[in-house]
Design a protein around this ligand. Structure first.
Ligand code: ADP
Ligand code: MG
Length: 418
């Protein structure tokens, strides 16, 4: 069932309680907390501008870090308020608490189009416990509820779920913000009946992290391309040696079951044919976390068994070229998980080649390309291709759960479209 969105609402003069994802990275500079990446704030601007135009009184709630129920000064949302003011070019009032008299007083003085940012909701343990009394306190200033925090929608917390339920129970509306609406459209609706061929690229660290996604996509995809360390568990299941690679011997059965399902459903299921490996050599040194530091020596490409003393770090050039060719003929592409340890430039080529193929398919072939997963998004941005795909999810863990077909509590709590 489609969810109500901010577009559907008449909010003039109403207090709109909006949950946003302002969990931004911070760094201490000269005794002050400074935001190192504004992306999450920028992403909320379209919804905010729409609500301002509609004459709402906007009350913003968010969490920052893990203060564990304490007022941690370093996790205050105040710097976010200052940045939002700068980005919007309008004043943003700040409440030093998220519940109680300070909030009610500030809300009482708001005019249409005003914005009030509340302090970190996780200063209270009741937030993550989804405590009903706490949710009632938050909901005191909410005539309407809007959720634009897709990245927090997989958690049933007071500000992501409890308040929505309370507002709906009172007969008010709980709606998706524009960012949330886009996430539901691209990770949900667009993949229900995708234009074909529908090519899915799956990589990343572990089969166990992704098995539910693989299982669900085996029912929808025409082709699945496997890369990253995940491929080694499939290889191991076929008796290929994986050396010191990141592998999950307990999940070879899972891997074989996925391949069997692929055959049954006539999905073109591809594993890498070549691998870039290196031989790790202990330097005898420890890193800041006390873990041994290895030099990765003798970087080379192999087919078949990985030697006992070596470790796989990426798909090879032949696999990358094969995958790129398949991707270029796709009409819908979903990508989750990098093709190798892309953070190290020596192992980024495979991931970058796949990224370029996704961009080409999008730009030249009119394919819809959808990227989900925190590290996949990072890999695309690192290659400078982030703005050349159709959609990049902001969800991280939430996007993975949504792709698995899970019902996200923060989405379930929103009102259905009539
Ligand atoms: P996403 O966040 O996009 O869902 P994952 O978290 O599943 O992706 O996996 C990303 C991580 O997997 C990256 O940090 C990457 O370095 C790592 N990775 C990918 N391939 C390998 C490999 N062959 N060996 C070690 N790590 C790998
Ligand atoms: Mg990740």
């Amino acid at each position: 069932m489609a969810k109500l969105t901010v577009r559907d609402l008449d909010v003039r003069g109403k207090r709109v309680f909006m949950r946003v994802d302002y969990n931004v990275p911070l760094e201490e500079r000269d005794g002050q907390m400074a935001i190192t990446d504004n992306t999450r704030i920028v992403e909320t601007l379209p919804t905010l501008k729409l609500l301002i135009d509609k004459g709402a009184k906007i009350i913003l709630a968010a969490h920052l870090g893990r203060p564990k129920g304490k007022r941690e000064a370093t996790m205050s949302l105040r710097p976010v308020g200052l940045k939002l003011h700068e980005l919007l070019g309008r004043s943003v009032a700040f409440a030093t608490d998220c519940i109680g008299e300070v909030v009610e007083k500030a809300a009482a003085h708001m005019k249409d189009g005003d914005i009030l940012l509340l302090e970190n909701v996780r200063y209270y343990n009741e937030e993550e416990a989804n405590d009903p009394v706490f949710a009632e306190k938050l909901a005191k200033v909410a005539d309407v509820y809007v959720n634009d925090a897709f990245g927090a929608a997989h958690r049933a917390h007071a500000s992501t779920e409890g308040v929505a339920r309370i507002v709906a129970k009172r007969g008010g509306f709980a709606a998706a913000g524009l960012l949330m609406e886009r996430e539901l459209k691209f990770l949900g609706d667009e993949l229900e009946n995708p234009a074909r061929p529908f090519v899915v690229i799956l990589g990343g660290a572990k089969v166990s992290d992704k098995i539910k996604v693989i299982d669900r996509l085996l029912e929808k995809a025409d082709t699945i391309l496997i890369g990253g360390a995940m491929a080694y568990t499939f290889k191991l299941a076929h008796g290929v040696k994986t050396g010191k690679s990141l592998v999950e011997p307990d999940h070879t059965g899972t891997a074989l079951a996925a391949e069997k399902k692929a055959i049954e459903r006539k999905v073109n299921f591809q594993l890498p044919t070549d691998t870039i490996i290196a031989t790790p050599v202990d330097t005898g040194k420890l890193n800041k976390k006390g873990k041994p530091v290895y030099d990765l020596t003798n970087i080379r490409t192999i087919r078949g068994d990985i030697p006992d003393d070596a470790e796989g770090f990426s798909i090879g050039a032949e696999t990358a070229a094969n995958y790129a060719r398949i991707i270029q003929s796709a009409k819908t592409i979903l990508w989750n998980g990098p093709m190798g340890m892309f953070e190290d430039p020596r192992f980024a080529a495979g991931t970058n080649a796949v990224a370029q193929a996704v961009v080409d398919a999008t730009q030249k072939n009119g394919a819809k390309s959808i990227i989900g997963g925190g590290d996949s998004v990072k890999a695309l941005n690192k290659a400078g291709l982030g703005d050349k795909v159709t959609f990049m999810s902001t969800g991280g863990g939430a996007s993975l759960e949504f792709l698995e077909g899970a019902v996200l509590p923060g989405v379930a709590a929103l009102s259905d479209k009539k």
